[in-house]
Design a protein around this ligand. Structure first.
Ligand code: DCP
Ligand code: MG
Length: 419
C-alpha cells in the first residue's frame, strides 16, 4: 500500500484513499438500548420508543424499535397507532416473557440518551485520530495512525468490547478506506456487526448493492438510473459514461466514481457552533415573575452545562421573550471577556427578565454567544481583564442594541477585546 502514490495513478486527484482508515460506528437501536440499560426487564423483549408519545396513548411516531419489535414490521417514523396494530402494548400485569406478541412502549427521554451518547463518545475519542460525531448515535473516526489494515479488525473488536463493557450498549462498526464505504459497512451486519472492507475491495463490496446505497443517490436519481437499466452499484460502475453524461451531465461521471467507491471527503470535526441556546414554550402564557425566574433558571442550567461540556466560553448572554401573539423580544449583555460561569449567566438573565415582569410570556429562551473554545484558544482572566476598565462582576457588562437575526436573536457587533 505504501508504494501507491498519485504519480503512479495519473488522473486520480482525490487524496490517496488507500492511506486512510475510516471507521463508522453506529449504535444499535440506540434509544431502545439506552432504555434497556436502566431497566433490564426490557432486555431481549420488543421495545418501541415513541416520539411525541404519551404513556398509554396511541399518539406519536416510532423513533426506534428494538430488533425484536422490528420482526413484527415496526420501524422508525411509523405512527404509534400503526405499530400498536402489529404489536399491542404490554401491560405490566401480563408479566411479559418471550412469545407474547406485545411490546413495551416508552416515550423518548433525550436527556438520558445524550448522557449515554457522551459516555460512548469518550471511548471513541481514545480510538480516533479525528472524531466526527454525526447526531446522537453515529460517528466517523479516522484511525489511520492508531491502527493499520493488518490489525484494524482487532482494533475495532476491542472498541466494540469497550463500549459494551463500559457503557452497556452495542455498536455496529464498518471499516473502509472511505467514509461512504465505512457507513455502508457498519449497516451491513447490524446489530453488533463488524465489517472491514480493505483497500482494493471497495468496488467489489459495493457492486451487489442497490444503487440507493451509493452516497448521494436519492429515490429520484435511483428511479432514473433504473430507467436505463442500472440496478446495482456494480451496474453503475460499469455503465457507459456517454449515456450517464447524456442523462445526468457532469454529475453522471461523479456518480460513477462513487459507485466505484471513490469518496474524497475527509473525516473532520464538526464546526464550532456560533451560539448555544435553549427555549421553552408554554401552552398557556405565563405572567408570574417567580414562575418566569424558575424557567429561566432551568434554561440557564441546560445552556451553561452544554457550553461547559463543549469547552465553550461565552462573551454574550441573552434572553428571548415571546409575548402574544408572536412578538419576539431579545435582550443581551456582553461581558468584557469570555467566561464559563453558570452563576454569571444566571445573574445576567435574571436581571434581563425583570423588564418583562408584567408581560404575558408564551416562550422563553436563554442563549450564550460570542463563543471561544477553550481547548484551542486559551484565554486567561488576566488577558481579558487587562483590556477593559469597566469594573468587576455584573458591572462589567454593557448592553448593546443590535440587529435581529433570522432566529429572532439580535446580532451583536462587539469591539474585539481579546483578539
Ligand atoms: N431516530 C428518530 N427518528 C427516526 C430515526 C431515528 O428519532 N426517524 C432516533 C432513534 C434512534 C436514533 O435516532 O435510536 C439513531 O438512529 P438510527 O437510524 O441509528 O437507528 P437506531 O440506532 O435506533 O437503529 P439501528 O440499529 O438501525 O442503528
Ligand atoms: Mg443506530
Amino acid at each position: 500500500m505504501a508504494g501507491r502514490g498519485s504519480a503512479e495513478l495519473p488522473g486520480v486527484q482525490d487524496r490517496d484513499e488507500s492511506l486512510s482508515i475510516v471507521m463508522h460506528v453506529d449504535m444499535d437501536c440506540f434509544y431502545a438500548a439506552c432504555e434497556r440499560l436502566r431497566n433490564p426487564e426490557l432486555r431481549d423483549e420488543p421495545v418501541v420508543i415513541g416520539m411525541g408519545y404519551d404513556r398509554g396513548e396511541p399518539s406519536g411516531a416510532v423513533a426506534t424499535a428494538s430488533y425484536e419489535a422490528r420482526r413484527y414490521g415496526v420501524e422508525s417514523a411509523m405512527p404509534i397507532s400503526e405499530a400498536l396494530e402489529s404489536l399491542p402494548r404490554r401491560n405490566a400485569s401480563s408479566g411479559g416473557g418471550n412469545g407474547d406478541e406485545t411490546a413495551y412502549y416508552l416515550p423518548v427521554d433525550m436527556e438520558y440518551y445524550k448522557g449515554v451518547s457522551n459516555e460512548v463518545r469518550e471511548i471513541l475519542n481514545e480510538y480516533a485520530d479525528v472524531l466526527e460525531p454525526v447526531g446522537i448515535d453515529e460517528a466517523y473516526l479516522d484511525v489511520s495512525t492508531k491502527a493499520s489494515w493488518n490489525n484494524v479488525q482487532k482494533f475495532a473488536e476491542e472498541l466494540k468490547q469497550r463500549i459494551e463493557g463500559e457503557v452497556g450498549v452495542t455498536a455496529s462498526i464498518g471499516v473502509a478506506p472511505t467514509k461512504s464505504a465505512a457507513k455502508i459497512a457498519s449497516d451491513y451486519d447490524k446489530p453488533d456487526g463488524l465489517v472491514v472492507v480493505n483497500p482494493g475491495e471497495v468496488e467489489e463490496f459495493l457492486a451487489p448493492l442497490k444503487i440507493e446505497a451509493v452516497h448521494g443517490i436519492g429515490p429520484v436519481t435511483a428511479e432514473e438510473l433504473r430507467g436505463i437499466g442500472v440496478e446495482t452499484a456494480g451496474d453503475l460502475a460499469e455503465a457507459d459514461i456517454g449515456i450517464l453524461e447524456e442523462k445526468f451531465g457532469s454529475r453522471g461521471r461523479e456518480l460513477r466514481m462513487r459507485a466505484l467507491g471513490h469518496d474524497s471527503r475527509a473525516v473532520s470535526p464538526p464546526d464550532d457552533p456560533k451560539s448555544m441556546s435553549r427555549e421553552k414554550s408554554f401552552t398557556e402564557p405565563i405572567s408570574d415573575l417567580e414562575e418566569k425566574r424558575q424557567h429561566i433558571k432551568r434554561l440557564v442550567g441546560d445552556v451553561a452545562e452544554r457550553a461547559h461540556e463543549r469547552g465553550a466560553l461565552y462573551r454574550t448572554i441573552g434572553i428571548k421573550v415571546v409575548t402574544p401573539p408572536f412578538n419576539v423580544n431579545t435582550r443581551e449583555r456582553s461581558l468584557s471577556g469570555p467566561v464559563d460561569d453558570p452563576e454569571v449567566v444566571e445573574a445576567v438573565t435574571q436581571d434581563l427578565i425583570e423588564e418583562f415582569s408584567d408581560d404575558e410570556i408564551r416562550k422563553l429562551g436563554v442563549r450564550v454567544s460570542n463563543l471561544v473554545f477553550s481547548s484551542r484558544e486559551q484565554v486567561t482572566l488576566e488577558e481579558w481583564e487587562g483590556t477593559n476598565d469597566a469594573g468587576s462582576g455584573v458591572d462589567r457588562w454593557f448592553l448593546k442594541r443590535v440587529e435581529q437575526d433570522e432566529d429572532g436573536w439580535k446580532q451583536l457587533t462587539l469591539p474585539d477585546f481579546i483578539d
